[in-house]
Design a protein around this ligand. Structure first.
Ligand SMILES: CC(C)(COP(=O)(O)OP(=O)(O)OC[C@H]1O[C@@H](n2cnc3c(N)ncnc32)[C@H](O)[C@@H]1OP(=O)(O)O)[C@@H](O)C(=O)NCCC(=O)NCCS
Length: 167
């Protein structure tokens, strides 16, 4: 099913106004803020469209981040040198339009983000996501993301584990 979607950078021809995922803040971000954040090098925005069309079926944002090593469970860091922070790739937002739910598009967007983080020339130790609510957190846990002890709505998945998920 996902083979019929193309995931690429947000571009002016994409129809941002028609996007509706049911979470106002995520719709408004795409409509009003996403392009500015891309222009200012704050975060990149990737969108999924059916075929070559202007329709946005789903989107996510990706940015560089760093996380305090003490935020991670000891099991994840015990073999690492004692660096205070580790490099991360942050999926700040991820949403699928209500019309396109349940077709593995959310999973495809997540895998696309992981692939871009793996391919990036700057090293990434872990993927990090900010979940907007409990349902979003459950979506990420479904793929093996683990909550940070200090802030359960932020979750992480070490890139080495994420690469196994991609096969
Ligand atoms: C969460 C969201 C992105 C899922 O998109 P989707 O395209 O419907 O999800 P998919 O079809 O790709 O689902 C992939 C898998 O995740 C599971 N899944 C989907 N939503 C889930 C949820 N909320 N909790 C737990 N598992 C979930 C599916 O059952 C499916 O499981 P499978 O691999 O065993 O078949 C979508 O519901 C959405 O945009 N919600 C509103 C915005 C939001 O909450 N964004 C999250 C980050 S801020």
């Amino acid at each position: 099913m996902t083979a019929s979607f193309i995931i690429r950078s947000l571009a002016p021809e994409h129809d941002r106004l028609a996007f509706s995922c049911g979470v106002d803040a995520l719709d408004r971000y795409l409509q009003n803020q996403a392009s500015q954040d891309v222009r200012r090098h704050i975060s990149n925005c990737f969108v999924a469209s059916p075929a070559e069309g202007a329709i946005i079926a789903g989107y996510y944002t990706l940015a560089a981040a760093s996380i305090p090593v003490l935020d991670l469970p000891e099991a994840e860091t015990k073999r690492l040198p004692r660096y205070p922070v580790l490099p991360a790739a942050l999926i700040g937002r991820l949403a699928v339009d209500r019309q396109y739910r349940g077709r593995d598009l959310g999973a495809a967007l997540l895998f696309d983000a992981i692939q871009r983080a793996v391919r990036a020339e700057a090293a990434v130790f872990t993927m990090v996501v900010d979940a907007k609510d409990e349902s979003a957190a459950a979506f990420y846990r479904h793929f093996g993301f683990m909550p940070f002890a200090s802030r359960p709505m932020s979750l992480f998945l070490p890139i080495a584990t994420a690469m196994k998920l991609l096969g």
